[in-house]
Design a binder for this molecule. Structure first.
Ligand code: ADE
Length: 343
C-alpha cells in the first residue's frame, strides 16, 4: 500500500495557497528513495482538479517520508517545504506545485514537477557510447540530429554492461553539454539571488525534463535541504549523514563553511561529470587519499575531448580561495555553446 505511514509529530496548519486535495493523486510507481524519504510518480485526476479550479500537470512527483522515519526527518521535510515556497518558481529548479499537509494523521506530501528523464547522472550514463549500443534494444538508434531526444521508455534501466569512459555518444554533443551546464548555472544564480545555498550540487541531484518547446531542460533538485536563508555562510553541523566530500570545496570539508562559492566548486565537479558522461570523480582515491590530494592543490584532470576553454572554467571553480571563483552569473555568461572546431 502507498499511504502506509502517518506523520504523528507535526501538524502544520493549512496554507490555502498551497494545500491540494490528496484525492487528485493516483499512484503510478516509485521514482526514488533516500534514507528517510521517497518520491513517487502520480497521475493527476484532471476532472477533479478542474472542478476545484486547480491546474496541475498530468503527472507529478510526490515526495514523502518512508514508513520508518525519525522526528528529525519530519522537521527536515517541513523545512524543505518552507524553503521551496520561499524560493519561488524558476525553469531550472524542480518547482513546488503544492502540498498535502491535511488532515492531521495523513501522510505529508510535497507535490513537485515531474522530470521525465530522471537524474542527470543516469541520463549521461545512459547516453554513453558502448560497443553494443548501435544494436542495443534499450535505446533508439542514432538520429540525424545530434542534439538529443533519444528518449528511453519509462522504467528504463541503465545497462550494467556500459563501460566507464569514452566520450561523444550519439545523443550528447559538446554543445548540449554546455547547454546543460548553462541551465544549471542559471538555476543556481536564481537560488543564489535568494540566498539559498545548495550544499549538495551533483549530477545525481539534477533532474532532466522536457521544456514546453520540447527541448531538454536541467532542473536543480533537493535544494530544499539547504539551510539558513539570512546568512551568506552556513556552518554545517555534521549530523551523521553521508557527506559528499568529492563534490565539496576545501573550506566546506575542512571548516564546514558552505556558501554560494562552495556551491560553485561543486558546480565545477558537475561540469566535469557532464564532460565525462558521469564518471565518478576521484574514483581511485579513498577518503584520506582524497583529503590529501585536494589539500595539496591537486584537481580533477581534463576529461578526454574536453576543450581547454571548458577545462579552464572548471579550474576557476576549483580555486582554493572562494573569492577568486566565478559567480553563477559569470558561469552562465561563460558557458555559451561553442562550435565543434577544435580550440
Ligand atoms: N526523482 C526524484 N524526484 C523526481 C522528480 N521530480 N521527477 C522525476 N524523478 C524524480
Amino acid at each position: 500500500s502507498i499511504d502506509d505511514h502517518e506523520t504523528d509529530y507535526i501538524f502544520p496548519t493549512a496554507d490555502p495557497q498551497w494545500e491540494l486535495n490528496r484525492d487528485y493523486l493516483q499512484w503510478v510507481r516509485g521514482l526514488g528513495e533516500g534514507e528517510f524519504g521517497k518520491v513517487k510518480l502520480a497521475s493527476v485526476d484532471q476532472n477533479l482538479c478542474a472542478r476545484e479550479r486547480r491546474i496541475l500537470p498530468r503527472r507529478v512527483a510526490v515526495k514523502m517520508l518512508k514508513t520508518q522515519h525519525t522526528d528529525t526527518a519530519v522537521v527536515e521535510l517541513v523545512k524543505e517545504m518552507e524553503i521551496m515556497k520561499y524560493a519561488g518558481n524558476h525553469p531550472n529548479i524542480v518547482n513546488l506545485l503544492g502540498v498535502c499537509t491535511q488532515p492531521h494523521g495523513k501522510p505529508f506530501y510535497l507535490i513537485l514537477e515531474y522530470a521525465e528523464y530522471g537524474s542527470l547522472k543516469e541520463f549521461l550514463q545512459a547516453h554513453r557510447p558502448s560497443p553494443i549500443s548501435p544494436t542495443s534494444p534499450l535505446l533508439d538508434p542514432p538520429v540525424a540530429s545530434p542534439s538529443l531526444m533519444n528518449t528511453f521508455p519509462e522504467g528504463y534501466e541503465i545497462p550494467l554492461s556500459m563501460k566507464d569512459g569514452g566520450f561523444i555518444s550519439w545523443g550528447i554533443d559538446l554543445n548540449l553539454m554546455l547547454e546543460m551546464g548553462r541551465d544549471i548555472a542559471c538555476g543556481m544564480a536564481f537560488l543564489t539571488s535568494k540566498n539559498i545555498v545548495h550544499r549538495d550540487l551533483a549530477a545525481r541531484n539534477i533532474l532532466v525534463a522536457k521544456s514546453e518547446d520540447q527541448k531538454l531542460i536541467m532542473k536543480i533538485a533537493d535544494f530544499g535541504l539547504a539551510r539558513d536563508l539570512t546568512s551568506k555562510l552556513y556552518y554545517r553541523k555534521i549530523t551523521g549523514g553521508k557527506v559528499p566530500i568529492k563534490w565539496m570545496a576545501p573550506e566546506a570539508i575542512f571548516e564546514r563553511v558552505h556558501s554560494s562559492a562552495s556551491d560553485v566548486w561543486s558546480f565545477g565537479v558537475v561540469l566535469w561529470e557532464i564532460l565525462t558522461l558521469a564518471k565518478s570523480p576521484h574514483k581511485e582515491l579513498d577518503y584520506d587519499q582524497f583529503l590529501h590530494f585536494i589539500a595539496a592543490g591537486n584537481r580533477l584532470s581534463q576529461p578526454f575531448n574536453c576543450p581547454d576553454s571548458v577545462y579552464k572554467i572548471m579550474l576557476q571553480c576549483w580555486k582554493e580561495d572562494p573569492k577568486f571563483r566565478p559567480s553563477f552569473n559569470d558561469l552562465y555568461k561563460d558557458l555559451i555553446p561553442i562550435s565543434h572546431t577544435k580550440d
